[in-house]
Design a protein around this ligand. Structure first.
Ligand SMILES: Nc1ncnc2c1ncn2[C@@H]1O[C@H](COP(=O)(O)OP(=O)(O)OP(=O)(O)O)[C@@H](O)[C@H]1O
Length: 342
């Protein structure tokens, strides 16, 4: 997704439980290396090195993916305790009702409803193509819904987009920034565009640059930034007008672990100060670590939403996700991949 600002604070979910059967052919999510708990046994693709045995060829002595023969028993580990969600009495910062978006024959978003209350760190997960970006784009005014409504701090985001955008900071999926500006110029531009006076922008820019560790990069063109640095400057731009709600589409993609910890800390402080974060991510461990509430979206529909514990339902988020998304797929076939062309 793409874009810039918009509105308010956060929340736990309305407690919507599984709404329908898992999509039969949803794509797979590879098991995260560090995924905590796993309770139910589930089939996993196994790797084995040294397949040299078959031919003795050094070229073939590499790891290959073998078909799954039987479900491997998975170790039970304890669940990471969930961060506490805001009370149900907290103001609703984001209310999405019956959102639908079609692209030709393809229904990308098929009636999504969600609620996020002030002070929530809300994670949205789903397989590739599930409709996360499309949903967030409709929330932030970047894509007009076919039907449904989006309210940010009780402002109808599509009837009154300017007011809604004032309350929102946006980190879009496909960053389209004015990258012929330096980082400092881009921050300044973002602040002034938000109506901040020059002095305030300079003060906030200095704070953000330090917080995001961009001191050495601010005078370079954004076009020359690495992917992770670009995410950071874009996130700084999204925050400069101190919005009540931050909508972040895959904020940690391309961000190194140290910088991710830094970003997480900045966001945690923002939430502790009353802000609300809605983010999408494929990092299940990260969502379990930082979010108090979550939604699992598959094929344009919400299959589970609520507090993290409600959504996990006693499993890890990853296992619950895989279960709802239709299970893991065995990596079978493609034997040709092992018959190297040289
Ligand atoms: N501009 C567009 N035109 C046509 N189809 C689109 C467009 N944007 C998204 N889609 C389709 O809508 C569906 C949902 O896409 P979307 O980008 O919202 O998924 P996503 O959950 O964000 O996926 P990912 O995790 O891969 O980023 C997909 O089938 C995609 O091909």
């Amino acid at each position: 997704m793409t874009g810039t600002a918009a509105a308010a604070s956060a929340a736990a979910l309305a407690g919507s439980e599984v709404a329908e059967a898992p999509a039969a052919e949803s794509p797979v999510v590879a098991p995260a290396a560090e995924a905590p708990v796993v309770s139910a046994p589930s089939p996993v693709a196994e790797t084995s090195d040294a397949v040299a045995a078959a031919s003795g060829s050094a070229a073939q002595a590499v790891a290959v993916i073998q078909p799954v023969k039987k479900p491997a028993a998975r170790k039970k580990r304890s669940l990471r305790p969930a961060r506490s969600a805001p009370p149900a009495t907290a103001p609703r910062v984001l209310a999405i009702e019956g959102l639908v978006k079609k692209f030709g024959e393809n229904t990308a978003v098929d009636g999504i409803s969600l609620e996020v209350r002030a002070g929530s760190f809300f994670g949205i997960v789903g397989p590739n193509g599930a409709g996360k970006t499309t949903t967030l784009s409709m929330v932030t005014g970047l894509l007009r819904p076919d039907s449904g409504s989006v309210r940010i701090h009780d402002i109808d985001a599509w009837a009154n987009p300017q007011a809604a955008k004032r309350a929102t900071g946006v980190l879009p999926d496909r960053l389209r920034l004015f990258d012929r500006l330096t980082g400092a110029q881009l921050l300044y531009y973002s602040g002034v565009l938000r109506g901040l006076d020059s002095r305030t922008v300079r003060e906030r820019s200095a704070d953000l640059i330090t917080a995001f560790g961009l001191d050495d990069a601010v005078d370079r063109l954004v076009a020359d930034y690495s992917a992770g640095m670009t995410k950071k400057i874009a996130l700084a731009c999204a925050m400069i007008h101190s919005p009540r709600l931050l909508v972040l589409d895959e904020p940690f993609e391309s961000v190194d672990p140290v910088s991710a910890a830094n970003l997480t800390e900045i966001l945690e402080r923002y939430v502790a100060g009353g802000g609300t974060v809605v983010l999408s991510s494929h990092g299940m461990d990260l969502i379990e670590r930082v979010c108090d509430s979550a939604a699992i979206i598959v094929a344009g529909r919400v299959l589970a939403a609520g507090t993290l514990d409600e959504v996990r339902a006693g499993q890890t988020l990853e296992d619950r996700f895989v279960e709802l998304a239709g299970g893991r797929k065995a990596a079978e076939g493609m034997e040709w991949l092992h018959s190297f062309s040289d």
